[in-house]
Design a protein around this ligand. Structure first.
Ligand code: IPM
Ligand code: MG
Length: 363
């Protein structure tokens, strides 16, 4: 079986951590007899530098032609000052989500046994934690119109619009319900139905689907309370479904429960086509970290776990996905640490040493 993959390493630490994911791909080819047809392209600041746009249209098109896309990170301080909708590296990921209709962003937050002490919360609150945030990523305030900064009554006004259609809510809720069925059967939907009309509709739609998933126990929470409950007692949650903006905030918050943003993978899935296939993009939750780029300090684990999600969700290589996850767990159990998850007594290893250790653990 040959699988087509498109790699988009991006900026900052993106290329370094992608290099480590490639080692795992190479291992899978050598030892598991899987063939990958791999292409690679520029996104983010790297693409602006070369092509003047954060992502070219032919790269967007190429994403549709492959079995899955593996994405590094985008963002570079040299473009911090530029006009938002023009030449911001971040536009690369927003455009890919929108144009490819990648609406369901799965962000697991799992605490590895060896790292329960790395969390900023007491270890008994987080040990064994395994939750999944399903964030909507094609609508809401990120994309609503009208938007912009206008002159009104002698001063400027910043405008963004938050909208959700019934079908946008329904399709992401379907993914969350299905995941809940495969997991602990507990789904919590978060919005601000007490303040926002789109939140009210969100709650109504999610509630209305309950009878289609009788095995799933559904609850609703206002997102502010949800944030509080996530740090108070995170293990009360299994799957959380929420909108684009709340999901952005809550998934960053959840990442710290695990000890490091450097550990968290994500999958963003598009709608199923008639042949059952779907466009999907896999990326670490963390950003491009330009402050540590090129120094061999970055943690490649989020990238490698994103590859594991790719193997599982897009290629249905469940066994291989599990092998990669186990290998990561194994190196963490051995005490191997990159700087971001190091304790005063641990020996710190580099990005490439971590990648090598994971490949060794695969053997
Ligand atoms: C994320 C990021 C993006 C977002 C940025 C880079 C546009 O924070 O994927 O969580 O806000 O969605
Ligand atoms: Mg974010």
């Amino acid at each position: 079986m040959t699988y087509k993959l498109l790699l988009l390493p991006g900026d900052g630490i993106g290329p370094e951590i992608m290099m480590e994911a490639k080692k795992v791909l190479l291992w899978l080819e050598k030892k598991q007899g899987i063939t990958f047809e791999i292409s690679e392209d520029l996104v983010g600041a790297a693409s602006i530098d070369q092509h003047n746009v954060p992502v070219r249209d032919d790269v967007v098109e190429a994403c549709r032609q492959v079995d899955a896309v593996l994405f590094g990170a985008v963002g570079h301080p040299k473009y911090d000052g530029v006009e938002y909708y023009d030449r911001r590296p971040e536009l690369a990921i927003l455009k890919l989500r929108k144009e490819l209709d990648l609406f369901a962003n799965l962000r697991p937050a799992k605490v590895f046994g060896a790292l329960a002490n790395a969390s900023s919360l007491k270890s008994d609150l987080v040990s064994g934690l395994d939750l999944m945030i399903v964030r909507e990523t094609t609508a809401g305030v990120y994309f609503g119109e009208p938007r912009g900064i206008e002159q009104r009554d002698g001063q400027r006004i910043g405008i963004n619009t938050h909208t959700y259609t019934e079908s946008e809510i329904k399709r992401v809720a379907e993914i969350a319900y299905s995941l809940s069925e495969q997991r602990a059967g507990k789904l919590c939907s978060m919005e601000k139905a007490n303040v926002m009309d789109a939140g009210k509709l969100w709650r109504e739609i999610v509630e209305g689907m309950k009878s289609d998933y009788p095995q799933v126990e559904l609850s609703h929470m206002y997102a502010d309370n949800g944030a509080m409950q996530l740090v108070r007692q995170p293990k009360q949650f299994d799957v959380i479904v929420t909108d684009n903006l709340f999901g952005d905030l809550l998934s960053d918050l959840a990442s710290q429960l695990t000890g490091s943003l450097g550990l968290l993978p994500s999958a963003t899935l598009g709608p199923k086509k008639s042949d059952g296939k779907f466009v999907a993009l896999y990326e670490p939750v963390h950003g491009s970290a330009p402050d540590i780029a090129g120094q061999g300090k970055a943690n490649p684990i989020a990238m490698i776990l994103s590859l594991a999600m790719l193997l599982k969700y897009s290629l249905k290589l469940d066994k291989e996905a599990e092998m990669v996850e186990k290998a990561v767990e194994n190196v963490l159990d051995k005490g191997l640490r990159t700087a971001d998850i190091a304790t005063p007594d641990s020996k710190v290893i580099s990005t490439s040493e971590m990648g090598d250790a994971i490949v060794t653990a695969l053997n």
